[in-house]
Design a binder for this molecule. Structure first.
Ligand code: UD1
Ligand code: CA
Length: 455
């Protein structure tokens, strides 16, 4: 929609948040409120996106850090009409201006497309009916049911306060007309502000029809003014994410206890247990089971993988049919091939683990290339760091590393090699041989354990 430009108001302080962070930078699903709105604006393929910032200085544009946004500053917050007016020099007369709000994060692209369609020759206004309309601007209609004007709650008469159709603030209209109306605004009202809402009566006077459009759900147009409202929208958003996954064939054990903070792609018959957090870009194949309390971020989980409870996986790939956890930490740069086993209290970082290898208990494997069918005994540590540099460990196919072994990198263990338990391996271990570095076991005859002297 290249004949549409989007203005996003984000200059307000949000004092009820009681925060040093501007309100629009608080997150829902790990993403700033304003970023949600910007992402929706991008879906509309708008000619321009104009962000109006003010309170908190340029921390808003700096944090959003997007060169495609045209930022304009509203030095003083003199009202929504004044805010929109700051953006008008960025718009051409023949385009449609769409007004959005940085603190109304869940507005849907489909609703906005519908609104824009209605703005072709008319004034399109997004309104909604609320059981409790207190605080909102009310939509005043004439006897024929046509919109005449909007009255703000603080300026409304007792009769007008009974109106339950409210102004969401979101509207679309020809930019040239809007420009001329904004020039004529004054601030003689209860709040001494330049109200954007006053342009509706001006449009009606100019003979324009006001077309109202409604969102699919109320939550789309709810704003965030407090931490409570932030939490409420977060729950709503997460619940709709969970419903979306269930519609794609995922079993979500409890939709109220799943959090998605990014983009998730799923195969068939995936099961997600309670308190799973999926962040960034997560790709999950068919028949994957994720146990309770797992955090998975920017990772690919291939089909048939079982992740037991309490695992943390980040920037990693888990190969088909592998078993991970409980209590495993898979760190960035890890690639587990198919049918690997990673058990409890195992940390793996920047390592390639080939098919069928097992690291079942209490180990640290970092900067390592491990072959197929390797067995790593409990308590094995790759000593990859000398305090300044990192070194790699290589372990060949079918090697067997005894428990409590330290592999001092750089070091190489050959194919089929066996390392005796409790060894500190500083030199390469040849293939198919037993290598061990511990001293021989001896027993001292007649040795007495020291005893405490009685006083
Ligand atoms: C506004 C509407 C009201 C509507 C309600 C929906 C007006 C006059 N009233 O009221 O009809 O029901 O929204 O939530 O428009 N902002 C700026 N600069 C300003 C003033 C506001 O950027 O100078 C931004 C705020 O950051 C906020 C938004 O505009 O995101 C709305 O402003 P707010 O003061 O909250 O308007 P309301 O009184 O809620
Ligand atoms: Ca508000």
């Amino acid at each position: 929609m290249s004949n549409v430009s989007v203005i996003i108001l984000a200059a307000g302080q949000g004092s009820r948040m009681k925060s040093s962070l501007p309100k629009v930078l608080h997150p829902i699903a790990g993403k700033a409120l304003l970023q949600h709105v910007i992402d929706t604006a991008y879906q509309l393929n708008a000619a321009k996106i104009i962000g109006v910032y003010g309170h908190g200085g340029d921390i808003v544009p700096k944090t959003i850090n997007d060169d495609n946004i045209n930022w304009v500053v509203q030095e003083e917050q003199l009202g929504t009409g004044h805010a929109v007016d700051q953006a008008m020099p960025e718009l051409k007369d023949n385009e449609t201006a769409l007004i959005l709000y940085g603190d109304v994060p869940l507005i849907k692209t489909e609703t906005l497309k519908h609104l824009i369609e209605q703005a072709k020759d008319d004034f399109a206004l997004l309104t909604v009916y609320l059981d409790d309309p207190a605080g909102y601007g009310r939509i005043v209609r004439n006897k024929a049911g046509q919109v005449e004007r909007i009255v703000e709650h603080k300026d409304a008469s007792e009769t007008e306060k009974q109106i339950t159709e409210i102004n969401t603030g979101i509207l679309a209209v020809n930019a040239g007309e809007l420009r001329s109306w904004l020039k004529r605004l004054d601030n003689s009202n209860a709040q001494g502000e330049y109200y954007l809402t006053d342009v509706i009566a001006m449009a009606v006077n100019d003979g324009m029809a006001i077309k109202t459009v409604h969102p699919e759900s109320e939550e789309e147009v709810l704003g965030v003014n407090s931490r409570l409202q932030l939490a409420e929208l977060e729950s709503f958003y997460q619940l709709s994410n969970a419903q979306g996954l269930m519609a794609q064939g995922v079993t979500v054990i409890d939709p109220a206890r799943l959090d998605i903070r990014g983009n998730v792609t799923v195969g068939n018959d995936v099961t997600l247990d309670i308190n799973v957090i999926l962040e960034g870009d997560v790709v999950i194949g068919d028949n994957v089971r994720v146990g309770a309390n797992c955090v998975i971020k920017d990772a690919t989980i291939d089909s048939g993988v079982v992740i037991q409870p309490m695992c943390h996986i980040e920037q990693a790939q888990i190969g088909a049919g592998s078993k991970v956890g409980p209590f495993a930490r898979i760190r960035p740069g890890t690639k587990l091939s198919s049918e690997t086993h990673v058990g409890n209290f195992v940390e793996i970082k920047n390592a390639n683990i080939d098919k069928g290898s097992k690291i079942n208990h209490l180990s640290y494997i970092g900067d390592t290339d491990m072959g197929k069918g390797v067995n790593i005994g409990a308590g094995t540590i790759t000593c990859n760091y000398d305090g300044a540099n990192k070194f790699r460990t290589e372990i060949g196919d079918n090697a067997f590393i005894g428990s409590d072994t330290q592999l001092i990198a750089p070091v190489k263990v050959g194919d089929g090699a066996t390392i005796g338990a409790g060894s500190t391996i500083t030199k390469d271990a040849p293939e198919n041989e037993l290598t061990l570095s511990r001293s021989k076991q001896t027993s001292i005859k007649g040795w007495k354990r020291p005893t405490k002297s009685r006083k």
